[in-house]
Design a protein around this ligand. Structure first.
Ligand code: G3P
Length: 220
């Protein structure tokens, strides 16, 4: 499964990309507005660093304007994926942009019917928001299961990009279900690494090694 960072923060990208496990980035208007600097420059730099799909979201709401904005965003770098919200206008814009060879990520997906429609208009990615569904006592991961099943039934090429990820268990469940991608905040990716038994185990290995070498060195 591919792992993307859900961020507009260059430090997150610079910190995690060298680990060799990051396949792409997703941003959204909320994430980019937390950062200082021109969003286009930030997106350009992110693309240079990650050399993989980087979602940049339109803020227009009418289909024609979304298409114009999407073309403009796509001109920033060859790795840009245009993100459009799942609205009727977003669906129309997705169809046009996809037919021009521009990759589109349909975002704010909360139902399997929305995911089916996005696949039919050639979306490269569908983004079900699992955490926000969990927030309203609805299983976000169940939606992912439904989408994976529907796409498998018809061999849709649209990739399932699990978004609004809040903790590592979302990642484990997504991987078990066969989702293509999880996009995660940097702190959730950090949490994937941690296990107290690894830390204790390493401490003990090093302590035993030091003890044995100190004993050998003190032998006459
Ligand atoms: O990029 C969109 C998505 O991942 C947002 O997550 O935590 O704001 O629901 P969240």
């Amino acid at each position: 499964m591919k792992i993307f960072i859900d961020t507009g923060n260059l430090k997150d990208v610079e910190g995690l990309v060298p680990l060799g496990i990051i396949d792409g980035i997703t941003t959204n208007p909320s994430l980019l507005s937390k950062e200082s600097g021109d969003p286009r420059d930030i997106l350009k730099r992110i693309c240079q660093l990650v050399q993989g799909p980087t979602s940049a979201e339109v803020v227009s709401t009418a289909a024609d304007a979304m298409v114009r904005e999407g073309r403009d965003l796509a001109s920033i770098d060859k790795h840009i994926v245009v993100k459009v919200p799942f609205t009727r206008d977003g669906v129309k814009a997705c169809k046009t942009l996809s037919s021009e060879g521009i990759k589109v990520n349909v975002t704010l997906c909360f139902s399997p019917t929305q995911a089916l429609i996005a696949a039919k208009v050639g979306a490269s990615y569908i983004s079900p928001f699992v955490g926000r569904l969990d927030d309203i006592s609805t299983s976000g991961m169940y939606l992912v299961r439904e989408i994976v099943e529907i796409y498998d039934n018809y061999d849709y090429a649209t990739e399932v990009l699990v978004a609004s990820v809040r903790h590592p268990l979302h990642i484990v469940e997504a991987a078990r279900m066969g989702a293509d991608i999880c996009t995660c905040p940097a702190k959730v990716i950090d949490a994937m690494f941690n296990h107290p038994l690894t830390d204790i185990g390493l401490q003990n290995f090093l302590k035993d090694w030091e003890k044995a070498h100190a004993a050998a060195a003190s032998r006459p």
